[in-house]
Design a protein around this ligand. Structure first.
Ligand code: NIG
Ligand code: FE
Length: 432
């Protein structure tokens, strides 16, 4: 029997073509009043005037939205949620003047998370990840991309991806897995007798085939950054990944300009992520390409860096922008997606509509699933969020607050601020 979502003050649909919205297209988020949404099973079957919907489905079940705002569930298209312990000590180090890359050179940063993850079992990592995803969901997220990248051995990368697969089966959220074996050059390949070239060979010839054979990832990603992977190395790794059947993403121009955005456009990456140090040529290349520019303003905020990605210039050039949390233990330990919308409006100078489209439709496009989610429209998956507010412009406004009342993913209750959702608390809640 269908379920009707009734009595929302606003229904924000983001309805339109099932692809990334670019430039001026992002200014329309489709705000309806006196509207309702009808869901049948896992799918949205109608969105329109409430009286019409009620007439069409007379015996339906009802969800009373009680004057709150209904939106598409948020699509967090960039996270590194599979890790062990937090890295809070690095925050103070940076405050005292030691830079992110300096910490990495001293064997901390990503290397610290790698040392830690290698000591942990698959079950332990799963146990740590479940409550993190629960928290992500509690802020309005219904789709989350999760990367490996803190293992950096064949077994530890596969272990991380197996955790992601088990999570995808265990939680009601939609989960998209990404292989990030090229997140760093591991310390043991930085001095003789081993070489970075050997590690790149391991990623291409050992890890990739096993990831693909096990169907453990949809995307491959590389941290392309001076001091980490060069653009040439990234091109080789991602070329191999694409040839093996994975779609590709790239951590591009995060801290220093390297031409990574141009590379992403050239090789047909689905998204180029970060871009705080993108060049003018990079902006032009992305605007002329189908690659989504995924901006992660929480990362620059947390690192204490003043320069954010040039979002307005990208948009005005006609690029497609997505927003994401970059949730990870080093540079962005936040699960609060609406806070990222606050930064998008107040720091990146997006309009609220641009920010909402970037967090829904364009997040889905950055994951290659814009035909499935990101909109409240007939045929789309019933991935829905309900926020305690009367106007969607309050979403970035109450910054840091948690206004999300309920979410549904594929029509299943995912988060409920008053209890009653289906999210497991731990491994023990289900046989995972
Ligand atoms: O997106 N830049 C590379 N990866 C993460 C940071 C990972 C870490 O510091 O643990 C990022 O910022
Ligand atoms: Fe990242």
């Amino acid at each position: 029997m269908p379920t009707l979502f009734l009595n929302a003050t606003q229904v924000v649909t983001c309805a339109g073509p099932a692809r990334a919205r670019r430039g001026a297209e992002m200014r329309d988020m489709g705000v309806l009043r006196n509207a309702a949404v009808a869901v049948d099973g896992a799918t949205i079957v109608a969105v329109g005037p409430q009286d019409e919907i009620c007439r069409t489905y007379p015996n339906a079940e009802e969800v009373d939205c009680a004057g709150a705002v209904l939106t598409p569930g948020l699509v967090d298209s960039h996270t590194h949620g599979i890790f062990g312990k937090p890295r809070h000590e690095e925050q103070e180090l940076r405050a005292s003047g030691v830079g992110y890359m300096e910490i990495a050179k001293q064997g901390g940063g990503i290397h610290g998370s790698v040392r830690d993850l290698r000591t942990r079992s698959e079950d332990e990592l799963l146990e740590l990840a479940i409550p993190r995803l629960r928290r992500l969901a509690s802020y309005g997220t219904t789709t989350v991309e999760l990367k490996s990248g803190y293992g950096l051995t064949v077994e530890d990368e596969l272990k991380s991806l197996r955790v992601i697969r088990r999570l995808a089966d265990a939680v009601p959220l939609r989960v998209v897995p990404t292989f990030l074996g090229a997140h760093e050059i591991p310390l043991e390949y930085r001095s003789a007798p081993r070489t970075r070239e050997e590690y790149i060979g391991l990623v291409i010839n050992e890890m990739l085939p096993q990831v693909v054979a096990g169907k453990l990832a949809r995307f491959a990603d590389v941290f392309c950054e001076p001091g980490v992977y060069t653009t040439d190395e990234s091109r080789r790794i991602l070329g191999a990944a694409r040839a093996a059947g994975l779609a590709i993403k790239l951590h591009a121009d995060e801290l220093e300009t390297s031409g990574a955005a141009e590379l992403a456009a050239e090789i047909g990456a689905v998204s180029a992520d970060h871009l705080a140090a993108i060049s003018d040529a990079g902006i032009a290349a992305l605007a002329a390409s189908g690659t989504v520019a995924t901006l992660l303003p929480g990362t620059m905020l947390f690192l204490g860096r003043v320069k954010q990605a040039p979002a307005r210039t990208l948009l005005d050039a006609g690029a497609a922008i997505a927003l994401a949390t970059d949730f990870n233990p080093g540079t962005s330990p936040t699960v609060n997606f609406p806070l990222i919308l606050t930064l998008a409006v107040s720091q990146l100078r997006l309009t609220v509509a641009e920010a909402v489209v970037a967090a829904t439709v364009n997040g889905a496009a950055a994951l290659g699933i814009s035909a499935e989610t990101g909109q409240l429209a007939p045929g789309m998956s019933a991935d829905i969020a309900l926020f305690e507010m009367e106007d969607v412009r309050e979403l970035p406004y109450w910054y840091g607050d948690r206004r999300c009342l309920r979410t549904w993913a594929r029509g299943i209750a995912c988060h409920d601020a008053n209890g009653g959702d289906t999210f497991p608390n731990s491994l023990r809640d289900r046989s995972l």
